[in-house]
Design a protein around this ligand. Structure first.
Ligand code: CO
Ligand code: CO
Length: 329
């Protein structure tokens, strides 16, 4: 028996989709969108993760930023959040749990949202995240399906966080090497979301567990286009390249790669190690933004001026009968 595909089960349930549901279960979008009034829509999402680091405060911030990111990826502004806590019964002290929630609260507050409740269950493995509700105006809704032929792709955070976290867990690298990566993961995708709306970007998604290639594929598939990346232009953590060369992998890198086997073509000059980073799972990764070519340079400059210094133009959208991904050097 293979793994249970919950998405497929839900698809078979014939979930009602009244016209108020603008973005629902039918697509692989980051969050649902529900119309509640003229030019006013709710954006709803929930996400929780296992610890990314030993520092509970920093983990709380990363988990919250990761949950909030799906609202930003849809072009929305988060308004209210609920804590989702799976906390072990034993082996973890009150101070640690307090620090996780304190970190989460700091990031929720930074996002402009308000914490209004939550739910806790006992679980052997600690998990923390949020359910977030935001709002979005009609014209700002960004879905996977929005990318248009001729658009340019901008990525707003470096990839390679998965392999860095993996290496830290096995003691291959120390905290001082990992800290800059974790701190970047704790940063919100808020500024990037505000700016992509200002430049009327066509579509967006955030890069998380399926890796850059997996999420780019969802965009290509939903938009019925091809996506081409330029490997050398993709922002990545230099440390992650070193680790990949040493053979470090995450538990899901190979599965992410296999899922895209028939859907991605690498130029022969792209090394096997370079290919790995396309499938590296991200936590609280950046936004992948599809924007009109004539707006791309100005949007990129605004992102960099706003402190998102790793942001880069790293690909483009092309016409394709069957959606697929291409990677050039
Ligand atoms: Co997402
Ligand atoms: Co998510």
């Amino acid at each position: 028996m293979g793994p249970v595909d919950l998405h497929e089960i839900v698809q078979r349930l014939n979930v009602p989709a009244p016209p108020e549901v603008l973005v629902g279960l039918g697509t692989s979008d980051d969050a649902g969108v529900y119309k509640i009034g003229p030019d006013l829509n709710l954006v709803l999402t929930a996400d929780f993760i296992t610890p990314t680091c030993d520092d509970p405060f920093l983990f709380g911030r990363i988990a919250a930023a990761n949950s909030l990111s799906d609202v930003f990826a849809m072009g929305g502004s988060p308004k209210v959040a609920l804590n989702l806590c799976c906390f072990p019964h034993r082996g973890i002290d009150r101070d640690t749990l307090t620090e996780i929630l304190r970190g989460g609260l700091e990031t929720i507050t930074e996002s402009g949202a308000v914490l209004i409740g939550g739910h806790t269950v006992k679980d052997n493995e600690l998990k923390y995240g949020l359910s977030v509700t935001g709002i979005v105006r009609d014209k700002d809704i960004k879905t996977n399906a929005g990318a248009r032929v001729g658009d340019v792709l901008i990525l707003t955070k470096p990839i390679g966080t998965g392999v860095v976290i993996s290496a830290r867990k096995t003691g291959l690298i120390d905290d001082s090497q990992t800290l800059p990566v974790l701190q970047r993961m704790a940063q919100l995708n808020q500024t990037a979301a505000v700016l992509m709306n200002e430049f009327d970007a066509h579509g967006a998604t955030d890069i998380t567990g399926f890796g850059l290639a997996g999420h780019a594929w969802e965009m290509a598939h939903a938009s019925r286009v091809g996506v081409r990346f330029y490997e050398s232009r993709i922002p990545r953590w230099p440390l992650s390249e070193t680790l990949v060369k040493k053979g470090v992998k995450t538990g899901v890198t190979l599965a992410n790669g296999q899922a895209l086997d028939q859907k991605i073509t690498f130029d022969e000059r792209i090394t096997p190690e370079q290919r790995m980073l396309f499938f590296d799972p991200q936590t609280s990764g950046g936004l992948l933004i599809a924007v009109a070519e004539e707006e791309a340079d100005r949007l990129l400059k605004r992102l960099i001026d706003a402190g998102i210094e790793d942001a880069a133009i790293c690909g483009e959208v092309f016409a394709a009968e069957h959606s697929h991904l291409e990677v050039e050097p």
